[in-house]
Every structure is written in structure tokens, then in C-alpha cells.
Design a protein around this ligand. Structure first.
Ligand code: NI
Length: 488
């Protein structure tokens, strides 16, 4: 427009010196450049302001996309037998997180438990001089109501080892005879040879290293038979653990009776997608003594009873959950959110973050964050690092993800004492305004202690709030990448 007017004007006034024209053209050019710069500055500012804004669902879905794919992969393994029992231990040099199932078959329970105890003792001895981490999880399948198969697998990472050691242990029980069986008890010699031949072919094994134990570690799954080959036993160490899966078509082709696993029964969940994470506080609470109960490692089979106790006593708490526990205990997570408690992130499967690569750290955190968001529509930004273990790199990753750490100021050591009275004492003796108390809602005795703890502290003038409420009521804000221990 302006160009046009000046052009007309020039025509009207007739002659102008070329010097004047050139100067004018330079002014226009400068003007255009300024406009372009302003547009650029605006668009950058706009992009920045939309960063970390929780209301933008599409960007959130975008953020979680790759991690949800990973969650689906991680959740492929089934838990069809019993309830999960976990052992968390931080004893001197060894950090431990073991999950195993406990169901209604005593023979299977006993076999699993004695292997877990033996393994734990062995590694406790081994780790006397070096810091190390033992991490074991499990999957289980109920097959045709004839067999139950359980696999326990994980790693032992000792700082003096070049590689982490892989751990695999399998159990299959014949429910009719109530005995633990091997493949030799189930298939004929000829069938076993066929299976062996196929495993050798699939895993590209060198025939010279084979022995009679090749098929020792097996489970029946939803799709057939899975053989575990331990790292370094039949293949080079660098190959890691190898699994061979023989599916329905293999059994059909070789005319071997195929064992069908019933599909895991999908639990019906109560209506999902509830709440949001806006922290609303009652300003009147500011005048009271405030304390935050926090529960790690769940949700578990104990969580519902704890939620009942909190509800009866009108107390709020914070739950730092493991992503790997959510599928099985999604109803519990939904109830946590519905009852107005806070949900935080305790990683996917309780690995010590300082020992992982940056990529793995991000995956541990983000798969859990995505799973929580998918289940209860809450974007939980607080992380409680397993074993309270963080370093500069882990903090930098949290900062990048717009997340922060909430650790604790009172450690009940409930995992160690496993005694309701000890847990009660640990809390009452150290209670104070602004404190954050570390407990675990995976232990029966911890939940047993809570009714008495809450009643006593309420009588002493305390109010139980979530960690976010505690900080808001004490006018404190969370900053990405930082670690908080209390609100004092
Ligand atoms: Ni923990």
C-alpha cells in the first residue's frame, strides 16, 4: 500500500533526484526487516509460552507417544498366577528389588520363595565389598488349567563386574500331580529332540556347546513354549540372554499336542479418566501443623485397605507408584486419584537411576508418567528416585522433562522392621511440621500401623496433606530438576 502511494506521489511531484529515491528505498527495506523480525520474535515467544502447559492435550499425547509404545511392549508379559509380592532392600552395599508371585498353590509358592531367599542370600554375600544392585521381576501363565508357569528374570549388577549378570529361573507346576515338572515329563523323547533341533536352529547355536540342560529354563505362555538361554552359556556373553519362542505352527507342523494358554482375564476397571492435577488447598490449614505421609513401590494388594484407613480418618497421602504395578492394580490407582490423594512417579521397575544410561533413565521415568496419564488422566511431575539415588545427570534429565524429585525427611525403615509398632514409633518420635514420611504400601504391617499413626498425630494437632498441598500451604514452589526433602 505504502509503496503504491509513494509511487503515485512521485509521479505527481514529477522529478526527484535518484539519490532521494535510493534513500527512500533503503528506508522501506529497513521497515520491512523490522516487521519480519517482530513476527519472528512473536512466534518464538508463543512457542515458549505453550511449553509445559498441561492443558494442551495434543502436545501431551505427542510427548507420550513413543513411551506408550514401549509401555505396551513392557506389558506383554502376563501375571496370571497369584498376587505380586515384592522385596525392597537397601542393606549396606546391595540394593534389591524383587517381585515374585504368591498364589494358592503351596508347592509352587514354596519353590519360588526358597529360590528367592537363596538368590538373595547368595548376592548379599557376593556384594560385601562392592556396591551392587539386584533386580528381579516375574511373569506367570496359567495354561489349560493343567500347568502354571512362572519365570523370574532380572540382573545383578556389581561395580566390579564388566557386565551385569543375567538371572533367569523358571518353574512349571503340573496342577494335577502337584509337582514341579521338566519338559521331559511332558513330551516324548522324540518330541524333545524336535524341540531341541528347533531351538538350535532359531538361536543359531554351535552344536559343540550343547548339553542336556539346554531346555531346563522353559515356560508355557499364551502362544506356546518359551525357552530361555542364559547369557554366555550357549552363546557369547555379548549376545545377552536369548529366548526362543515355539508357537502354535511349530507344534502343528511337528504333530505335537499343542498346549493352549487361556488368555489373561482382563480386569474390568471402574470408570477411567477422572481428575486433573490442580492443587486446591484449604487456606485454614495454614494455621495447623502439616505432615505428608508418602507410600512407595505400589500399588499393591495392600493399597485398598490403606485407602480405607485414610478415608475413615479423612487423611490425604501421596503415592509414588511403579509403572510396572499399574496394569495389575489399575483399580487401586484410580481409587487413589478419586479419593484425592497425590500420585507421583517411582520409575517403571525400581532401577537405580544413577547406574543407567541417560536414555534408560528417561524411559524409566517417561513410561511410568505415560502409564499414569493413560490410567487416571493425571500428569504426575514428581519423581521419587528408587533408593533416593540421584546425581547431576539424573537431575538434568528431570529438568529437561519439567519434573522434580520429592524424597523424604523421616525414613520409617518399614521394609526392614516389618513391624507395625516399629513403624508407628518411627513416625511419632520424629514427627514435625513440614515433614515428609517414607513408607511402603506393599507391606501389611505398614498398613496395620496407619490407623493408630493418623489418630495419634491428629490428636496432637496435625493435618495429613499431600506433598503438593504441603508445599502450596507453606508457600513453596517446585522447580524442575531440584530435589526436595521437606517443606520447612
Ligand atoms: Ni522404592
Amino acid at each position: 500500500m505504502w509503496f503504491y502511494i509513494t509511487h503515485e506521489y512521485n509521479k505527481m511531484v514529477g522529478e526527484k533526484t535518484s539519490k532521494q529515491k535510493r534513500r527512500r528505498r533503503i528506508y522501506y527495506l529497513i521497515f520491512i526487516i523490522i516487521i519480519l523480525l517482530l513476527i519472528l520474535a512473536f512466534s518464538i515467544a508463543k512457542r515458549h509460552s505453550s511449553n509445559g502447559d498441561g492443558s494442551e492435550v495434543s502436545s501431551k499425547e505427542e510427548l507420550f507417544k513413543s513411551f506408550i509404545d514401549r509401555v505396551n511392549e513392557l506389558e506383554k508379559e502376563a501375571q496370571e498366577y497369584g498376587e505380586n509380592v515384592s522385596i525392597t532392600l537397601n542393606s549396606g552395599k546391595l540394593l534389591t528389588y524383587i517381585v515374585y508371585p504368591e498364589g494358592d498353590n503351596d508347592v509352587l509358592n514354596k519353590n519360588i520363595k526358597s529360590w528367592v531367599d537363596e538368590t538373595l542370600n547368595q548376592y548379599l554375600k557376593d556384594s560385601k565389598d562392592n556396591t551392587s544392585e539386584l533386580s528381579i521381576k516375574s511373569s506367570s501363565y496359567v495354561v489349560d488349567n493343567k500347568y502354571v508357569s512362572v519365570v523370574l528374570n532380572g540382573t545383578y549388577d556389581n561395580s566390579s563386574y564388566a557386565h551385569p549378570e543375567d538371572i533367569v529361573k523358571t518353574f512349571t507346576i503340573d496342577l494335577k500331580n502337584n509337582t514341579i515338572v521338566s519338559l521331559n515329563n511332558i513330551f516324548s523323547k522324540k518330541e524333545i529332540d524336535k524341540i531341541k533341533e528347533n531351538v538350535v536352529k532359531e538361536a543359531k547355536l554351535d552344536v559343540s556347546v550343547l548339553d542336556d540342560n539346554l531346555l531346563d529354563d522353559f515356560i508355557f505362555t499364551d502362544y506356546g513354549l518359551k525357552i530361555y538361554l542364559k547369557r554366555g552359556k550357549y552363546t557369547p556373553m555379548s549376545d545377552g540372554n536369548i529366548n526362543v519362542e515355539l508357537k502354535e505352527d511349530f507344534f502343528k507342523k511337528n504333530n505335537i499336542a499343542y498346549i493352549n494358554s487361556k488368555k489373561a482375564v482382563q480386569k474390568e476397571t471402574i470408570d477411567k479418566k477422572i481428575v486433573v492435577n490442580k492443587v486446591e488447598v484449604d487456606e485454614k490449614l495454614k494455621a495447623k501443623k502439616l505432615i505428608a505421609l508418602t507410600f512407595d513401590d505400589g500399588p499393591s494388594k495392600e493399597t485398598n485397605r490403606l485407602l480405607d484407613i485414610l478415608e475413615e480418618n479423612n487423611a490425604k497421602a501421596t503415592f509414588y507408584v511403579l509403572g510396572s504395578q499399574i496394569n495389575k492394580y489399575s483399580d487401586e490407582l484410580i481409587r487413589i486419584a478419586k479419593d484425592g490423594h497425590e500420585i507421583g512417579n517411582h520409575t517403571w521397575d525400581h532401577k537405580q537411576l544413577t547406574k543407567l544410561s541417560s536414555k534408560k533413565v528417561e524411559e524409566e521415568i517417561m513410561t511410568t508418567r505415560a502409564k499414569i496419564f493413560n490410567t487416571v488422566n493425571v500428569d504426575a511431575l514428581a519423581i521419587r528416585a528408587p533408593y533416593g539415588s540421584v546425581n547431576a545427570n539424573v537431575k538434568a534429565i528431570a529438568k529437561k522433562l519439567n519434573m522434580y524429585f520429592v524424597h523424604w525427611s523421616i525414613d520409617t525403615l518399614d521394609w526392614k522392621t516389618r513391624n507395625a509398632n516399629s513403624t508407628y514409633k518411627a513416625i511419632i518420635e520424629h514427627a514435625g511440621d513440614g515433614q515428609i514420611i517414607l513408607c511402603h504400601d506393599i507391606h501389611k504391617q505398614t498398613v496395620d500401623a496407619m490407623d493408630k499413626v493418623i489418630k495419634k498425630l491428629k490428636a496432637d494437632g496435625y493435618e495429613f496433606v499431600t506433598v503438593s498441598e504441603l508445599f502450596k500451604l507453606r508457600d513453596k514452589e517446585f522447580e524442575a530438576g531440584k530435589v526436595y526433602y521437606n517443606a520447612k
